[in-house]
Design a protein around this ligand. Structure first.
Ligand code: MN
Length: 491
């Protein structure tokens, strides 16, 4: 499913008090607003005006329909007039889809000559939305609140970003992750409660034998490999003559993709400790699968695999790129402090600054033949790194703001893709905060989502969210984590 296939239902609050003419005007304007916002090009999904809600039954009916509609990824509510909120309680209490309260107003200006009490009764979002806000707070209902004029580009874009997070939540609830082998032996952070993850996030995380993958690889035809090699040649620069090694990666990719598509999986993990019957650890194969939208986690890290798939889905059509990443090593020169992120092979080429090169080098880990991989530098730009960890009893999503730079040295002997960044608020504080929060070494690095969107997604999934940004201090974060731990135990 594409993000464009999702819809958001526009539900506008009113009541009978003002007579049929006002209600007709409200309905016509709501339709006009939906049409104009859809035509703006600022929203990734369609807004569908559903109803001017005046009764408990109308609201309950539209919520029930939204809950069971596969294409509906959320509701957007707004009160053009005053809409007494006790009639919203039954509907909102049964709402299972993401909710955005859009606090806007049909008219931008207060019209000096025209304004009279009729105008006031029609255009009273300022207090209608406050009544509506109270019932959301009173019900402790998780919701996004976006305030601003509905025709302003920045307001529409913010609504669009929330839509991406909400669609990401719908995607999450149908996500299947294919595991080849278990987690890397003895590693803690890649472990997790798969029952808890399925309950909260909806992911179906299951394992398939590596032997089945090898069987599938043996059945791949030379013609299938020829075709994928043509695609590799069109996208990447070949900096190797070892074509057989590259063809082996193509064989691995084709076999994995067949298994994913057969099972409906959009993410996968594998481990260098279980490559039974395989000649190479998948490198180029994994990188190209990532580039086409699959999520991936190395060393059996199925949590980062799922998060990569979700962020790739949320950011469909955007151009910055999102990749499986690992914090590898630091540059600790005062005033020039950077993190260098990489992995032993599997960084997604969607974040590349130039045309990636296909290279073949030995790999010390995994005890297999030298694998083909893509080598490139990540591009400059603002982004985030995101890590999902299992705290025991709850999930925590950690998001740190970063500024990617062109790597400050060429590193000609480093045979892997690399991204260099400045961590927020600075390397030392950011690192202390990340470690205090228990963030993993594996992350999703994305140039296309921001912390607000990840917070929106975490709120919808009902999991803990920790943000490390330009204003974060170690002291404030430590305090927040302490309070959060108590709050989540009580929840
Ligand atoms: Mn790793």
């Amino acid at each position: 499913m594409s993000i464009k296939d999702y819809e958001f239902w526009f539900v506008v609050g009113s009541q009978f008090l003002y007579g049929p003419e006002v209600l007709e005007t409200v309905a016509a304007r709501a339709q006009e607003m939906a049409d104009k916002m859809n035509a703006s090009g600022n929203l990734p999904c369609k807004v569908i005006y559903k109803v001017t809600a005046k009764t408990n039954k109308e609201i309950t009916d539209v919520v029930r329909a939204a809950n069971y509609d596969e294409k509906c990824a959320g509701i957007i509510t707004w009160c053009h007039t005053f809409s007494p909120s006790k009639m919203w309680i039954n509907g909102l209490a049964s709402l299972q889809k993401p909710w955005c309260h859009f606090a806007t107003q049909y008219n931008r200006e207060i019209p000096n000559e025209e304004i009279d009490m009729d105008f006031m009764n029609l255009n009273q979002a300022a207090h209608g939305d406050r009544e509506h806000g109270f019932i959301g707070a009173r019900l402790r209902a998780p919701r996004k609140v976006i305030a601003g004029y509905w025709q302003d580009e920045d307001v529409q874009k913010r609504l669009g970003k929330w839509m991406r997070a909400a669609a990401g939540a719908e995607f999450s609830r149908s996500l299947k992750v294919m595991r080849f082998g278990d987690n890397m032996r003895e590693v803690a952070v890649t472990e997790g409660d798969k029952v808890e993850v399925q309950t909260k996030l909806g992911w179906q995380v299951n394992t398939w034998p590596v032997g089945k993958l090898v069987e599938e690889m043996n059945a791949v035809t030379e013609a299938e490999i020829d075709s994928l090699m043509d695609e590799y040649r069109s996208l990447y620069e070949f900096a190797t003559d070892d074509i057989e090694t590259v063809r082996y990666q193509a064989r691995e990719e084709i076999a994995m993709k067949k298994m994913f598509d057969r099972e409906g999986c959009c993410a996968f993990s594998n481990t260098f400790q279980d490559l039974y019957g395989m000649k190479q650890l998948p490198g180029l194969a994994t990188q190209h699968l990532l580039a086409t939208g699959y999520g991936y986690g190395a060393e059996g890290d199925w949590k980062v695999a799922g998060m990569t798939a979700i962020i790739k889905f949320m950011t469909e059509g955007q151009k910055g790129g999102s990749a499986f990443m690992e914090d590898y090593t630091y540059h600790l020169v005062p005033g020039s402090e950077y993190s260098l992120g990489a992995h032993m092979l599997e960084v997604c080429p969607s974040v590349a600054a130039g045309k990636p090169k296909v290279e073949v080098h030995p790999l010390g880990i995994g005890d297999r033949e030298p694998p083909a991989r893509l080598v490139f530098e990540g591009h400059e730009g603002a982004g985030v790194v995101v890590s999902l960890v299992d705290m025991g009893g709850r999930l925590r999503l950690i998001c740190q703001d970063i500024e990617c730079v062109k790597p400050i040295m060429p590193m000609p002997n480093l045979p892997v893709a690399r991204v260099m960044w400045r961590a927020m608020p600075d390397l030392k504080t950011g690192l202390e905060c990340w470690i205090l929060a228990g963030g993993a070494h594996h992350t999703v690095l994305s140039y296309d989502v921001d912390a607000e969107q990840m917070r929106d997604w975490a709120r919808i999934m009902d999991i803990e969210f920790v943000h490390i940004g330009k204003d974060t201090t170690t002291e404030s974060l430590e305090h927040d984590l302490f309070l959060s731990d108590i709050a989540w135990k009580l929840k």
